[in-house]
Write a protein that binds this ligand. Structure first.
Ligand SMILES: C[S@@+](CC[C@H](N)C(=O)[O-])C[C@H]1O[C@@H](n2cnc3c(N)ncnc32)[C@H](O)[C@@H]1O
Length: 299
């Protein structure tokens, strides 16, 4: 079985501030590194763990086989409330989200997440879904492609890349796509297709919208004192988490009412600045280098 090296393991669990009898959610089970440590901190508590990837669930089941106070839910975390409500769970004591992909998704060449090998353009985290990166590349309009490369990849040559894609359709494999980004981004530092691949992945998996939905649902479910711990791996995700925490913790008392006691939104930010992996972790696990952890608590 392939392995995923858990990022910010101890820090994430420390910020979750686990009550041994609480109900917790791991929204991104993956290789179950975080879930395993949550379970070790629970006595009579219970963990619900979500993943939309079948392979991740297989790996996690094996790792967690000695625990029984958990349930794995094979679903997109955008279904958080629906799935918990089905199980009569209306409140939780904490939720962890370790966003993005696991190493075994990236390393499995057939999943099409890597630009380093020539492979089919898939990029679906949930293999039950229909839309693949290949479909996006071969059916979206020039404007749609330009927009996703620009917004989700922060790719400055988005129009030129989109234009070349349209002129060279069909785009059948990662090699076809990289040939185009190599021409347009020939002077760029790092891999020419890095930003375009990030954009496609976000589009195929609708990553930013489901993250916003997850954050909103988490606040509704949290008991007072319960925490959201979020690990992000690129600036677009981090910006969403940071703004959400800021907006949900801000004062809700109108300025004109300066004489009444000021009231605040439902969250209190626990990490004023993001927490980064230690140098030791970054040296040991290169994939942790872009990680940032933020936490907030329900008032
Ligand atoms: C970075 S990995 C998590 C690793 C895990 N914390 C560990 O320690 O092994 C992210 C996982 O979240 C899953 N995932 C990403 N977006 C998801 C979503 N919207 N719904 C459900 N699972 C998702 C991916 O399939 C992947 O397995």
């Amino acid at each position: 079985m392939m392995k995923h090296e858990t990022v910010l393991l101890n820090e994430a669990i420390q910020y979750l501030n686990i009550k041994p009898d609480g109900i917790y959610v791991d929204a991104t089970l993956g290789g179950a590194g975080h879930s395993e440590l949550i379970l070790k901190n629970l006595t009579t508590g219970f963990l619900y763990a979500f993943d939309q990837d079948e392979y991740a669930i297989k790996v996690a089941k094996e790792r967690l086989k000695n625990f029984n106070n958990f349930e794995i839910i094979h679903s997109n975390f955008s279904q958080l409330k629906v799935e918990l409500n089905k199980r009569n769970i209306l409140h939780i004591d904490g939720i962890l989200m370790d966003l993005g992909m696991s190493s075994f998704q990236i390393d499995d060449v057939d999943r099409g997440f890597t630009y380093l090998k020539d492979t089919a353009l898939d990029m679906r985290m949930d293999q039950r879904r229909k839309k693949t990166a290949k479909e996006v590349l071969n059916t979206y309009s020039l404007k749609e492609l330009t927009d996703i490369f620009y917004q989700y990849g922060e790719e400055k040559n988005s129009y030129r890349i989109a234009n070349m894609i349209i002129k060279n359709r069909p785009i059948d494999s990662t090699k076809d796509l990289v040939r185009i980004t190599d021409i347009v981004n020939k002077d760029q530092k790092g891999h020419s297709a890095k930003r375009v691949f990030q954009a496609l992945r976000i589009e195929v998996n609708d990553e930013l919208d489901v993250l916003k939905s997850l954050l909103n649902q988490s606040v509704e479910l949290l008991n007072p004192g319960g925490r959201i711990v979020a690990l992000t791996f690129h600036s677009l995700e981090d910006r969403i988490v940071k703004h959400f925490f800021k907006e949900q913790s801000a004062s809700i008392t109108p300025k004109e009412l300066f004489f009444v006691k000021e009231e605040f939104g439902p969250l209190k930010v626990v990490t004023n600045k993001p927490i980064y992996p230690s140098e030791e972790e970054m040296n040991h696990n290169g994939r942790s280098k872009s990680a940032k952890l933020r936490a907030a608590e329900r008032r």
